[in-house]
Design a protein around this ligand. Structure first.
Ligand SMILES: NC(=O)c1ccc[n+]([C@@H]2O[C@H](COP(=O)([O-])OP(=O)(O)OC[C@H]3O[C@@H](n4cnc5c(N)ncnc54)[C@H](O)[C@@H]3O)[C@@H](O)[C@H]2O)c1
Length: 340
């Protein structure tokens, strides 16, 4: 059996898929999650999918005592750090909440890692660190210029990790900038289960398809793109999870770390996503076209070259597969994990 990995936010959407991959790869896992946007039933599902057990510590990354106890009770080799808040809109309304969870929470976690002599971290950053220009093929070398509080907190945590690396060469950190993560585990047992209003596209589409929501709102159909709607780079959550395992292995094999885009390098318009979803779900998605939202970009796409070179990773699943898996998850779990 391999060593133990702490996954903060491991009960959440991306985290639960990473935990499945870790367990299937022979790692032992402890999850730390305050369950503010997740359900404890995910642990049973993970166990059903993998046939392996996983420890869940219900707690907050801002709680030093909880972290101290966790590191005393579990011999952790590395941390995959996903815990945090992720709504751009909410971050604009409640910036302090975002600085508190995302920035201060991360600083407390890293400090307790130092106290526990754990110095390997994989961090979930985001394409939102890129500014409004140059997003056609974002390169990691571009100067970050986030335009919302959420993106700023991600960029600041990236800087904290880089400073830690500079302060002590023992620190190894992989900073992974996700593009639009979507899809679900192919078993239909694990998927995205937002507790409040969903922010991401696929949960909204699945809610419209299952008549929980009347229509899908498209903000802007006059962008300079092939059909006027915004272009985004969608990456399957299973592909994303696999990239974390590659990054973890790279760090454990001695790499000091890197900052890497996780995207497919291919973009789809909103209309293309709607059409793909209608095809695989055999449903009709009623939609309305509204004005553009401030801050939305015409296009956001990853340059995935560095991920290929450094992690030998590339996204394998296409848009139809993303929609198919998201729809299977929704059909089998109309109320998410609420019924266990
Ligand atoms: N989903 C995406 O498309 C996407 C894109 C870019 C970056 N990210 C980042 O990836 C990470 C995971 O995203 P996700 O989509 O799985 O979100 P999620 O909300 O499903 O998962 C985050 C988890 O963290 C937990 N959490 C939140 N604050 C916490 C705290 N203070 N202490 C302990 N646990 C806490 C939540 O309960 C949740 O289970 C986030 O950091 C997010 O910003 C996600």
């Amino acid at each position: 059996m391999k060593e133990k990995i702490l996954v903060t936010g491991g009960a959440g959407y991306v985290g639960s898929h990473i935990v499945v991959r870790l367990l299937n790869g022979g790692w032992r896992v402890v999850i730390l999650d305050n369950l503010s946007n997740s359900h404890p039933a995910v642990v049973k599902r993970i166990q059903r999918v993998t046939g392996r057990t996983v420890d869940l510590v219900v707690g907050d990354i801002r709680d030093r005592l909880c972290l101290r106890r966790l590191f005393q009770e579990h011999s952790v080799r590395a941390v995959i750090h996903l815990a945090g808040l992720k709504s751009i809109r909410e971050s604009e309304l409640h910036p302090l909440r975002y600085y508190d969870h995302n920035l201060f929470g991360s600083a407390i976690l890293f400090d307790e890692m130092i106290n526990a002599d754990v110095n390997i971290a994989v961090f979930s950053s985001s394409a939102t660190v890129y500014g409004p220009t140059g997003c056609e093929k974002c390169k990691e070398s571009a100067t970050p210029a986030p335009i919302n509080t959420y993106g700023k907190t991600k960029q600041m945590v990236e800087e904290v990790l880089k400073d830690l690396r500079r302060s002590n060469p023992k620190w190894q950190a992989a900073i992974l900038r996700y593009f639009n993560c979507a899809g679900a585990h192919e078993s239909g047992l694990i998927g995205e289960n937002p507790l409040g209003e969903p922010n991401n596209l696929l949960p909204i589409l699945t809610q419209v398809a299952s008549r929980k929501r009347k229509r899908f709102s498209i903000f802007g159909s006059d962008y300079p793109t092939r059909d006027g709607t915004a272009l985004r780079d969608y990456v399957h959550v299973e592909d994303l999870a696999e990239a974390h395992i590659s990054a973890l292995n790279g760090l454990l094999n001695g790499s000091p770390g890197w900052t890497i885009n996780l995207g497919s390098g291919v973009t789809h318009t909103l209309f293309e996503v709607v059409r793909s979803f209608e095809k695989v779900s055999e449903t009709k998605i009623p939609f309305e076209i509204l004005d553009r939202r401030t801050g939305d970009l015409a296009e956001c796409c990853a340059d995935p070259t560095l991920a290929r070179t450094l992690l030998s990773w590339e996204a394998k699943q296409n848009l139809d597969r993303i929609c198919e898996d998201a729809w299977r998850w929704q059909k089998r779990n109309p109320w998410g994990y609420a019924h266990g």
